[in-house]
Design a protein around this ligand. Structure first.
Ligand SMILES: [Ca+2]
Length: 412
């Protein structure tokens, strides 16, 4: 087990990029045994283990403990100031875990969601002054005359139920199908709220700045537009847009020291991206990508273009990146400063280690468990919590330190 140096990843990228130029010798459209159509098949996920298990990783020996069971497709987690945890279930319920025990009764007052395909009740975030105002933010798939879209609702949590829940932003990202909703939330240090909206599996929308699909949005805490957004007042741009050219962004987090906005998004077959989000930038989809169509054919032969922001790093094949967090705790000191991101189809927790110069290496963790990791968050106890996407059988796992980490050799 070793950390894959980023330099090696860059070589891999170059290899992949050249392989994606004109068809390699022997490569064919279809061919014997080719099935075409859907994504390349993966091994079936396994059930969440009943008992704690220990694993060696590069910098930590860890114990993985089942924390909460019997959830239906948990999508996101948020820790309350008292240590209790809110959990969204994609099927449309908001749950609460008090002192490690799941309340059998869902929290009342949540919006009616379209629980279909990739849609449902999605992210949950607390207002930065939650302790004073009790405000909880939820993203969800909302039905309307034009099909469904991604909406942001806000309500006040009184410890038992949500009251006064109302939509404070409804994205103009309508579709009759139930694909690519986004929609992660993250509050920036200045109190503005970032929200991702996927391109609804209609890739032409990602470059069309006349609506919200395929965009990272920046809102005030009441859902209105901050006056200093990059495209305010510019013709042809929705004023909520902060960056564009995105596909389906399933992870979003704010760096705890720099305040930078980091985002993950799903490529098609290959080309999952980690992006550093900057105001007004174009992130390229579908003009540039490291991914291919699910039948293996090219989407574009360009992986980079002047004026478009390249990803910080990519995953080929895709692992279906999900929620993420920069680890800042003291309980797992070897992981301090690393970015952790879930992998769903790739059934893993993925670590991106950083040094002063930037991302330094990557490591796949918990592949042995073969679980779809939908979200990862740091608890107030300095431990990591993983939401495992299964229905039935969804769960929250906790990662604790075990014994000393194994000896590792220096990277070459
Ligand atoms: Ca991109």
């Amino acid at each position: 087990m070793r950390l894959i140096p980023i330099a090696a990843v860059a070589v891999l990228l170059a290899t992949v990029a050249s392989a994606q130029q004109p068809q390699a010798p022997g490569a064919r459209q279809g061919g014997p045994g080719a099935r075409g159509g859907g994504p390349f098949p993966r091994l079936q996920p396994l059930p969440v283990p009943d008992l704690p298990r220990e694993f060696d990783t590069v910098s930590e020996r860890i114990r993985v403990v089942p924390f909460v069971r019997n959830l239906a497709a948990p999508w996101s987690m948020a820790f309350l100031p008292n240590g209790d945890m809110l959990v969204t279930e994609k099927v449309g319920r908001l749950r609460i875990v008090r002192n490690g025990v799941l309340d059998p009764q869902p929290i009342a007052g949540t919006p009616q969601v379209v629980a279909m395909g990739q849609g449902g009740l999605l992210d949950v975030a607390l207002h930065p002054q939650f302790a004073q105002n009790g405000l909880v933010y939820l993203t969800y798939s909302k039905a309307g005359p034009q099909g469904n879209t991604t909406a942001l609702a806000r309500g006040r949590f009184d410890g038992t139920s949500l009251t006064g829940v109302q939509d404070i932003f409804v994205a103009d990202a309508w579709s009759m199908a139930a694909f690519h909703f986004g929609s992660r939330l993250a509050f920036a240090p200045d109190g503005t709220l970032f929200m991702t909206v996927g391109e609804r599996n209609d890739r032409s929308r990602a470059q069309d700045t006349g609506h919200h699909a395929g965009k990272v949005l920046r809102l005030r805490d009441d859902g209105t537009v901050p006056a200093d957004n990059p495209f305010v007042g510019r013709a042809g741009f929705r004023p909520e847009i902060y960056s564009y050219g995105h596909r389906n962004m399933q992870g979003l987090t704010v760096h705890p020291e720099t305040g930078e906005i980091w985002e993950t998004e799903h490529g098609p077959q290959g080309g999952d991206e980690l992006n550093l989000i900057q105001a007004g930038k174009n992130y390229g989809w579908p003009i540039v990508t490291f991914g291919r169509e699910y039948n293996g054919s090219l989407i574009t032969n360009q992986t980079w273009r002047e004026g478009m922001e390249p990803p910080v790093t990519i995953w080929v094949p895709s692992i279906a990146l999900s929620g993420m967090v920069f680890y800042t705790g003291d309980r797992l000191p070897g992981w301090k400063g690393s970015l952790f991101v879930g992998g769903m189809a790739g059934t893993q927790l993925h670590r991106v280690a950083f040094s002063e110069g930037g991302p330094q290496g990557r490591e796949s963790i918990l592949t042995e468990l073969r679980l779809r990791v939908r979200d990862v968050r740091q608890g107030p106890d300095g431990l990591l919590y993983l939401a495992i996407d299964a229905n039935p059988g969804g769960a929250i796992l906790r990662i604790e330190p075990a014994a000393a980490p194994p000896p590792t050799s220096a990277l070459r």
